[in-house]
Design a protein around this ligand. Structure first.
Ligand code: PBG
Length: 325
């Protein structure tokens, strides 16, 4: 009898065998491209801490959505960066606010050819930079914020968003937004809940890029990195409140959380590969320390393998093209 008896290497012998026996595959339609549209721009502006990512003008946004759609990307997630802010984030609710105006433009251009998703959060629209309105002690007022989220959801649905994505981690946000959408007749507008969104240092490049006005941090509403069980609680609450999709954010330092959520969720699960995860790989590659494309593809595959059905990544168009080609 020869030894060893079992030889798992047999199935690794050729690229064709490895392809045939791969347990997990990423498909272009799994990928969602997060995009930033900035008010008042006539030309796109590079984000220095995220090489390759742009603040878009309306025109460059449309062009980039065309590219993503041509590559087969499943959807886009739009963020708005307004020129003016106030204490209650009025620009988030106004139909003329940059996010709602851009959504309307994309709806007119693309209809239902691309799934249009919109970030539903106040931080870019408030002058203090928090995801909600403040109470008299400077704390984030959960229930007062919910009322604004409801109106923001309706404004986004009216502008054509197919999916609204509350990311502020206020308690009860999914239920209030669902009720507001239904009452306004938007029963078919879906909610992608950022169910387990952690307070993370890896948001750094993005906050620096948008010159976030935030003083302090978001630790009274975003989750603590130490907590795993709590992610299951947050997801269960969002499912009870009517979430159509749920999300874990960030992705790469939270793959265990993603696995837990994938095992208990009864709806599709998304994961967000965030700015710091993007910039780390870009920076290492720019220094010649890792193979850029291989590292990108491996990172996205790892997120899929951990249990994500949808992956939000700034590399969505690039990865989709590679998968097609
Ligand atoms: C908040 C928001 C965040 C990002 C975009 N909008 C997270 C945060 O600052 O708490 C960061 C996205 C990224 O880092 O890629 N609505």
């Amino acid at each position: 009898m020869s030894f060893p008896q079992h030889r798992p290497r047999r199935l690794r012998a050729t690229p064709a065998l490895r392809r045939l026996t791969a347990e997990v595959r990423v498909h272009p339609a799994d990928l969602v491209l997060p995009m930033f549209v900035r008010e008042g721009l006539t030309e796109p502006q590079p984000i220095s801490a995220m090489p390759g990512v742009m603040h878009h003008s309306i025109d460059s946004l449309k062009a980039a959505v065309h590219e993503a759609a041509d590559a087969g990307v499943g959807g886009i997630m739009l963020f708005g960066v307004p020129t003016t802010q106030d204490a209650v984030g009025s620009g988030a609710v106004s139909p003329d606010g940059i996010l709602n105006a851009a959504l309307a433009e994309l709806t007119a251009e693309f209809g239902d050819d691309v799934v249009l998703m919109s970030d539903l959060c106040l931080d870019e629209f408030t002058d203090h930079g928090h995801c909600g309105v403040l109470d008299e002690h400077g704390g984030v007022d959960n229930d007062a914020t919910l009322q604004i989220y409801g109106r923001m959801g309706v404004a986004q649905a009216r502008a054509g968003a197919r999916v609204v994505a509350p990311s502020g981690m206020m308690d009860g946000q999914v239920g209030v937004i669902r009720a507001a959408l239904d009452e306004a007749g938007f029963t078919d507008t879906a909610i992608l809940a950022y169910s387990a969104k952690y307070a993370s240092a890896f948001y750094g490049p993005f906050r620096e890029a948008v010159q976030s006005s935030l003083q302090g941090d978001r630790r009274t509403y975003q989750m603590d990195a130490a907590n795993r069980r709590e992610a299951v609680l947050e997801t269960r609450l969002d499912l009870d409140e009517g979430a159509d999709l749920v999300m874990v954010k960030p992705a790469m330092s939270y793959l265990d959380i993603l696995r837990d959520v994938a095992e208990m969720s009864t709806v599709p699960v998304a994961a967000y590969q965030i700015s710091g995860e993007y910039s780390m790989i870009e920076a290492a590659a720019a220094n010649g320390w890792i193979n850029r494309e291989a590292a990108i593809d491996e990172s996205v595959l790892g997120i899929k393998r951990a249990g994500a059905d949808l992956i939000l990544t700034y590399w969505a168009t690039e990865v989709a093209r590679r998968l097609k080609g």
